[in-house]
Design a protein around this ligand. Structure first.
Ligand SMILES: [Zn+2]
Ligand SMILES: [Zn+2]
Length: 269
């Protein structure tokens, strides 16, 4: 059976500092899920816990107390609304979510590719295509070797333009993806399949077609061959970022030839 578009586990509300539209609150998100025909969604605002030293200035206000303002989450017939977060992995491989908070979330998204935060997630000296491609593999594998509750962890946007955003050049971004070594990808995705985390298909990264889409999907062909499981995450920060939802995901599902058996299943409550 073809992979069904029935969930979205990566959605931001206005509680994320980079989400600029107050319209996008938990009620709006729930209504949008109904409109899109989704039966399971998760709110995942940016998060670094106050108990973990080293938050960047940007992350300091994004603590647990702040993102918890979304609770209690509204519920509706036929839509399960989960509470999660998108935490962070700094350049020392420190996670912004401490073990003492794992039980407070139903899903935890970890981005290894927020390489736009120079000084925090990446050293200035590593600002080259080659270094960024190398860090892609090192950070992903390093994360997967940590003792984490992988049954409820998703690896965010492995093809995001944030990988090489500083120069804001589409060519540099795509070149970084082309540089990812097959060996690094295979090693990391074999480990990901073994620990059982979810691999995210990020809507905003996949709003492209033709050769660029093929490049964006490059890691995911390898992930599939390694036996990884995939979840959908729009990463919508504002209402417009839900546009063309089904069209984009159907194109990706066709390109990767995804079946229901390739889906990541978050444990039921
Ligand atoms: Zn992100
Ligand atoms: Zn996000």
């Amino acid at each position: 059976m073809r992979y069904q578009i029935d969930h979205d586990y990566h959605i931001h509300s206005f509680l994320s500092s980079c989400a600029s539209d107050p319209v996008q609150d938990e009620r709006y998100i729930l209504e949008k899920a109904k409109e899109l025909g989704l039966s399971r969604i998760c709110i995942t605002d940016h998060y670094w816990d106050s108990a973990v030293p080293g938050a960047s200035k940007w992350y300091q206000p994004q603590n647990f107390e702040h993102i918890s303002k979304a609770k209690p989450l509204p519920q509706a017939e036929g839509v399960e609304f989960l509470f999660g977060c998108e935490t962070e992995l700094d350049k020392h491989m420190t996670l912004g979510c401490p073990a003492s908070r794992f039980d407070d979330f139903e899903f935890i998204i970890i981005p290894t590719t927020h390489l736009h935060m120079t000084g925090f997630t990446i050293d200035e000296a590593d600002d080259s295509i080659e270094a960024r491609a190398r860090l892609w593999g090192e950070r992903l594998l390093g994360l997967l070797e940590q003792p984490l509750p992988f049954h409820k962890i998703g690896i965010a946007h492995l093809s995001t333009c944030l990988l090489n955003w500083n120069r804001q050049s589409m060519a540099d971004y795509l070149a970084t993806l082309e540089q990812l070594s097959v060996t690094d990808m295979e090693r990391a995705f074999t480990k990901a399949a073994e620990v059982g985390c979810g691999i995210e298909l990020n809507l905003s990264d996949m709003r492209t077609a033709g050769n660029a889409l093929h490049t964006v999907l490059r890691p995911f062909y390898v992930a599939k061959a390694c036996g990884c499981k995939f979840y959908l995450g729009s990463d919508a920060h504002v209402p417009a970022e839900f546009e063309d939802y089904h069209e984009i995901y159907e194109r990706v599902i066709t390109a990767l030839d995804l079946k229901e058996s390739d889906k990541f299943h978050l444990a039921q409550r």
